[in-house]
Design a protein around this ligand. Sequence first.
Ligand SMILES: NC(=O)c1ccc[n+]([C@@H]2O[C@H](COP(=O)([O-])OP(=O)(O)OC[C@H]3O[C@@H](n4cnc5c(N)ncnc54)[C@H](O)[C@@H]3O)[C@@H](O)[C@H]2O)c1
Length: 392
Amino acid sequence: MEIKRIGIIMNGVTGRMGTNQHLARSITAIIKQGGIQVGNDLVIMPDPILTGRRDHALKALADKYGHDARGKAFKYTTDVQGALDGKYGEYDIFFDASGTLQRAGFIEQAVKAGKAIYCEKPTAVETKEAVRLAKLVDAAGLKNGVVQDKLWLPGFRKLNMLKKQDFFGKILSVKGDFGYWVFTGMGNDQPAQRPSWNYRAEDGGGIMIDMFCHWRYVIDHLFGPIQSLVAHGSTDIAERRAENGTPYTCTADDSAYAMFLLEDGTMVQFNSSWCTRVRRDDLLTIQVDGVKGSAVAGLREVKTQAAVNTPKPVWNPDIPQPIDFLGGWEHVPNNIEYDNAFKIQWEMFIKHVVLDEAWNDSLMEGAKGVQLAELGMKSWKERKWVDVPELG
Ligand SMILES: NC(=O)c1ccc[n+]([C@@H]2O[C@H](COP(=O)([O-])OP(=O)(O)OC[C@H]3O[C@@H](n4cnc5c(N)ncnc54)[C@H](O)[C@@H]3O)[C@@H](O)[C@H]2O)c1
């Protein structure tokens, strides 16, 4: 059995996504499971070096997750350029989960060093810049990818299964409802649970740029190409409190409402809000209505109602509702174990780099998400429907 080491520079890992999804639940989990088994003869074993600005924070993560994964601390350094230059060993992949506005600079550094590049979304806040970065890595002939984790969530995999089995028949419409209450931090004992830059446009924040990137690849992969959209955004909460305890003025949209018309005529609506309280099955639910049946997906679970199980409501507000609408749905069972969505995509990217396996989630695909967000802003500001042109 050959064990092939793959060196990964993990940048921005002290952040929320970097620590939880990428370091803990992806790379550490892959090492703990014994690497990525390929056939009977090969195991690919990740070996990360953690990079960032704060030495003590990196050390704490390197100790904790290194010991958890393999009984010895991971390497770490604040010298990102040194890591790219091979000063601390050989590394093939550069991964970035730093703030959105820092992404371009780090990608440019990694391109110069000739690394395979993988990063969080969005790759930029403007389409022009996202396309420039995609072309930069392509021109350098580097393997590259952007996180599109939602595709591997159990709920969406089940939706895909239903679609492939033609459970829906013709799909008529799709309704996505995303969001939850993000505390402002202004009240007692209710600290904010998301980073403050998310609510400042000048720091790359805003719910459209954050969430429309996801809606783009979810819609493209599950329901088909988008022809046009109309969107409206709002800054619902004017003031929040930052991590350092200081109040700040919110300059970014924290709720967004969009209708996406697909090329085949399907209407897809998405409400996205950090200022809404949850009374649905999950933080994100997607209802698909088809001629032969409907389904509602949460992050993990899916409920279905086939045409033959559809109750017949009659409008009569003068009596208590006689139908138990929530009771009329069936549960799609978990017939397999679903792994962490980020980890699945990591394993695919690593196999793409090491074994040249097929890969679709390039920086150019990521740029399509930025494009949808930018077009959403345009529609909102100009108060009109806008078409989605092909990117190139
Ligand atoms: N895929 C998803 O579902 C998902 C979810 C949330 C966020 N994100 C994306 O992930 C990225 C990080 O978001 P987060 O919520 O973890 O934010 P965060 O604020 O928790 O983390 C940002 C990280 O970047 C580092 N950083 C900031 N400025 C830097 C600089 N100048 N140089 C080096 N490092 C710097 C910070 O130290 C921190 O480690 C963002 O681009 C965000 O859009 C993706």
